[in-house]
Design a protein around this ligand. Structure first.
Ligand code: CA
Length: 360
């Protein structure tokens, strides 16, 4: 196309006019500033998890050159930690940061997007969410609540938890009051214990006062910061109940859809970066803190006996069967999860597992 034809075409289609106005339009657009608020399920300025939420906000501000600023609030500063979902859903605030399994009471299907017992690890969860059907299904589950979810952090494989007695057989779970969210909590209940869901900021006091007998939290680095070694003696592994927990950012859907596309993209990019940063932060520090716990604080590091793990696995299957029998959305989500896990596990056998054996 020569210049003349180009100009003619441009004039006919309004391209030239469009070009002129587009020179000024973005400038007008750019002046529109967004001042948003993000509530979290974490105590104010909480290491790693809360820091991740703050990092996401900072990245959005940087990438948008200040057009969008997000003020982050700790749990309880604007709304109680476990009311973050409702606050964002109702548009009281625009965003929240937490973990999807906290919202099992809203929809049981939410639990599959954090982590399920004997589920997938961080790398596999990311693969399912970003490159499989995971994120699309998650969006579908959150849409009726007027929310848009995004992965925004991962803990990696967690630890099994803190106990004040040894767990030598599944009988030792009977009567045990343990803070453990999600489907893992249902497994503990099925084994005769009592599962409690409490926000991070309340666990220490509850354990200290005997409101609970045991708790799981994240892994050595974060558990060290929480100080559980001062009030519990035994530290069990592996974290069968949370092999790669996804943290989330959830956004009021109407407000998100009303944003210009570049800001939507900036938020998605910031969430990706936060996701990788958080996992890296945990993975890089966990061993140093495990060593500290064992050597300096004389914590007794113990592996759950095989028959206890086998029982947890059997109960997990029953618990999942129960959830999907009662809730159609959970069934759909779990079917996708299970298919993905089956295939990626077969691949892991000749990749990750084979390599770990070689590397160790
Ligand atoms: Ca946990």
């Amino acid at each position: 196309m020569n210049r003349r034809e180009f100009l003619k075409k441009a004039l006919l289609t309004g391209g030239v006019v469009g070009a002129t106005t587009s020179l000024t339009a973005p400038a007008v657009h750019a002046r529109k500033r967004y001042r948003w608020r993000m509530v979290t399920t974490w105590p104010p300025h909480f290491p790693v998890l809360g820091e991740g939420a703050e990092m996401l906000a900072r990245l959005v501000e940087e990438m948008s050159e200040g057009r969008m600023r997000i003020r982050v609030y700790g749990g309880g500063e604007l709304v109680p930690p476990l009311e973050a979902f409702d606050a964002v859903s109702q548009g009281i605030v625009e965003m929240g940061h937490g973990a999807a399994y906290y919202w099992a009471g809203k929809s049981p299907a939410t639990q599959f997007f954090t982590s399920i017992p004997f589920g997938m690890n961080a790398q596999q969860m990311n693969a399912w969410l970003y490159a499989g059907e995971g994120l699309r299904l998650w969006e579908e589950v959150y849409a009726p609540f007027n929310l848009v979810p995004m992965p925004a952090g991962n803990t990696g494989v967690q630890m099994g938890g803190w106990f004040n007695k040894e767990i030598n057989s599944i009988e030792d779970i009977k009567g045990l009051k343990m803070r453990i969210p999600g489907l893992g909590g249902k497994v503990i209940s099925r084994a005769g214990g009592a599962a409690v869901l409490s926000a991070g900021g309340e666990i220490y006091t509850n354990l200290e006062r005997g409101v609970i007998d045991a708790t799981e939290w994240v892994g050595p680095y974060h558990d060290y910061l929480m100080g559980f070694y001062r009030i519990a003696r035994y530290y069990y592994y592996p974290g069968w109940h949370e092999p790669g927990s996804v943290l989330e950012v959830f956004i009021n859907k109407k407000r998100f859809e009303a944003l210009p596309e570049d800001l939507q993209s900036i938020i998605r990019t910031a969430a990706y970066r936060t996701n990788i940063w958080m996992l890296s932060e945990f993975e890089s520090k966990n061993y140093a803190y495990l060593k500290k716990l064992v050597e300096e604080h004389k914590v007794r590091l113990k592996r759950f006996p095989d028959d206890v793990l086998r029982a947890f696995k059997r109960y997990s299957e029953e618990v999942i069967e129960d959830v999907i029998a009662k809730d159609r959305m959970s069934k759909r989500v779990y079917e996708s999860f299970r298919r993905f896990k089956r295939d990626i596990s077969k691949w892991a056998r000749v990749s990750e597992v084979a390599y770990y054996e070689l590397m160790m």
